[in-house]
Design a protein around this ligand. Structure first.
Ligand code: FES
Ligand code: FES
Length: 160
């Protein structure tokens, strides 16, 4: 039996019919139509599906959509600044060459956003620890870590 739930995604409210077993990643991608969030393993192992729920990174492939009823969700589509410019984290990923195939990137960006919101000046250890749940098969992680360091500096200088 379907139940209507309310999700506020990137500032817009959606009323979505879901069944109790629907996971948030599928609802975001298939019912709301925001396909920036990727589904890789579907088992909580790769981090590709990371979105923010009430500002905290969660794995949307193992989160039941029904548990998010009434909550605020941010996906990669909601990361850009209000004037349409890239978020400093996105800009740093581009400038540091932290993107190759791009499949992991939305999840990486959302995990990094959650980290920098909670800890604006993370140490190398903090970055490695926080990002350890996000797998990238292309970049070797070094440039991703550097991008997060650059974003941290840019954001703390209030450049954007
Ligand atoms: S798709 Fe969610 S952790 Fe891999
Ligand atoms: S850029 Fe290809 S998986 Fe990370």
């Amino acid at each position: 039996m379907k139940q209507l739930i309310k999700l506020e995604i990137n500032g817009r409210v959606y009323d979505v019919p879901v069944s109790p077993r629907d996971v948030l990643a599928d609802v975001i991608r298939k019912k709301v139509g925001l396909t920036g969030t990727k589904k890789g393993c579907g088992m909580g192992d790769c981090g590709a599906c990371t979105v923010l729920v009430e500002g905290k990174p969660i794995l949307s492939c193992i989160t039941l959509a029904i548990t998010c009823n009434g909550k605020k969700i941010t996906t990669v589509e909601g990361l850009a600044l209000p004037d349409g410019q890239m978020h400093p984290i996105q800009e740093a990923f581009v400038n540091q060459g932290a993107i190759q195939c791009g499949f992991c990137t939305p999840g990486m960006l959302m995990s990094a956003k959650g980290l920098l919101a909670r800890n604006p000046k993370p140490s190398l250890y903090d970055i490695k620890h926080e990002m350890s749940g996000n797998i990238c098969r292309c970049t070797g992680f070094k440039r991703i870590i550097e991008a997060i360091e650059v974003a941290s500096e840019t954001m703390s200088e209030g450049v954007k």
